[in-house]
Design a protein around this ligand. Structure first.
Ligand code: GLN
Length: 398
């Protein structure tokens, strides 16, 4: 729909980087309209994970990269690949349910999903307005902190933004991990979690404990309902957000012009892939008058419960939560693309989307390589507007 489209203005986050002298190298590939978890469903074809070409992966698996490459994860997979391949110092992504943390984990880079409201969404194409945030992808946690300092703050073009906190964003050199309380949510022991990722999760928890942090198990009881609610809310918002792409103002326009109606219909048929069309259809179904209470309103209520679970844990004195970022290391493209995108995509977001439902900050940090020689990442989640503290803990892991 927007393949050949050049926007007439810059997103606030892009403009802020340019104002600091950043050099914009280009736009990165991604799943169409940020819907997906593999970066296999973009208008420009699938994104290859640079680790497919790493000696570690080739030696461990005997893979031949041209026929047997692994995915980047998604949906902002091109951004993760740009940072992982050292092509760029930093990349931006779009994080509505995990789309920067997921590819960051699979590509071995850092991704920060800031607290909702800290970064302007002006110029970001909306997926779910109440969950979208620009995500920051870098090679190190301290780089992410610098970029956060540049991008955060009030923007009159996005009424959900808040003023930047007065504290500096550079991370303290002398951060003391002693007495930091780290929660391990028991519900995150999800089906499909690989043994290696689980082992890495326990290993880092042990490291924290040895260094004097308090590590304890906590409960976020509504986690199991999160993914279903996320998708109901996401599809409902997609149904209305995508209405703007009608072939009239901008983007693709079909040559079928026998009537206005048929021009609309063919534009949208030609311009959207089946994942996007599927979400528009199901979103409209959830919003039908007879379904609205049953799906949309119910999902909103459960969303509140999910946010309250986090609030409850943080008000009990927990400073940060430690979880895996993804279930496994990167899948092979041939395996990933054989499965039904929608099912696979939904499973992949299990650890990441609850944070977006609650508007909290989270960071994915690479911690190890799997037996296949591919990165494994862990996620830290903090209370709202504690992004700096969250990054300080993340830097300790790094
Ligand atoms: N995988 C999720 C989805 O498809 C997350 C998308 C995102 O964060 N942009 O909705």
């Amino acid at each position: 729909m927007l393949k050949d489209y050049t926007p007439p203005y810059n997103a606030t986050v892009v403009q802020k980087l340019l104002d600091q002298g950043a050099v914009l190298m280009g736009k990165t590939n991604m799943d169409e309209f940020a819907m997906g978890s593999g970066s296999t469903d973009g208008a420009f074809g699938p994104v290859r994970n640079p680790w497919s070409y790493a000696a570690s992966y080739i030696e461990q698996t005997g893979a031949t990269p041209d026929s047997d490459w692994v995915i980047t994860g998604g949906s902002s997979g091109g951004s993760a690949a740009a940072v992982a391949s050292l092509t760029s110092y930093l990349a931006l992504g779009s994080d509505t349910g995990g789309s920067t943390r997921n590819p960051a984990a699979l590509c071995g880079v850092v991704a920060l999903k800031p607290t909702y409201g800290l970064l302007s969404r002006h110029g970001l194409i909306p997926l779910v307005n109440s969950m979208d945030v620009p995500g920051i992808m870098t090679r190190s946690v301290s780089d992410a902190a610098i970029i956060l300092g540049i991008l955060q703050g009030l923007d009159t073009r996005d009424s959900t933004t808040v003023p930047a906190p007065s504290s500096p964003t550079e991370l303290p050199q002398d951060f003391d991990i002693k007495n930091v309380r780290i929660g391990i949510p028991k519900e995150y022991h999800a089906p499909g979690l690989s043994e290696e990722t689980l082992a890495q999760w326990s290993h880092v928890a042990d490291m924290f404990e040895k260094a004097g942090a308090h590590v304890e198990q906590v409960s976020l009881p509504h986690t199991q309902h999160s993914i279903v609610c996320y998708h109901v809310l996401c599809h409902a918002e997609v149904a209305s957000n995508m209405a703007r792409f009608d072939g009239l103002e901008y983007g693709h326009r079909s040559k079928v012009d026998s009537s206005t109606e048929s021009m609309y219909a063919s534009t949208r048929h030609e311009g959207f892939n089946d994942v996007v069309r599927g979400r528009i259809l199901s979103g409209n179904y959830f919003l039908l008058q007879q379904n609205y209470e049953h799906y949309f309103v119910k999902a909103q209520k459960v969303r509140r419960l999910i946010a309250e679970d986090f609030k409850h844990v943080f008000s009990s004195g927990i400073d940060v939560l430690l979880t895996p970022s993804t279930l496994t290391d990167a899948a092979r493209y041939t395996d990933f693309s054989q499965e039904d995108n929608r099912t696979r995509s939904a499973q992949e977001d299990v650890f990441t989307q609850p944070v977006n439902m609650a508007g909290l900050p989270a960071v994915s940090v690479p911690t190890a390589l799997s037996r296949r020689g591919l990165p494994i990442g862990l996620q830290l989640i903090g209370p709202a507007f504690q992004d700096r503290k969250l990054l300080s803990v993340a830097q300790w892991i790094e």
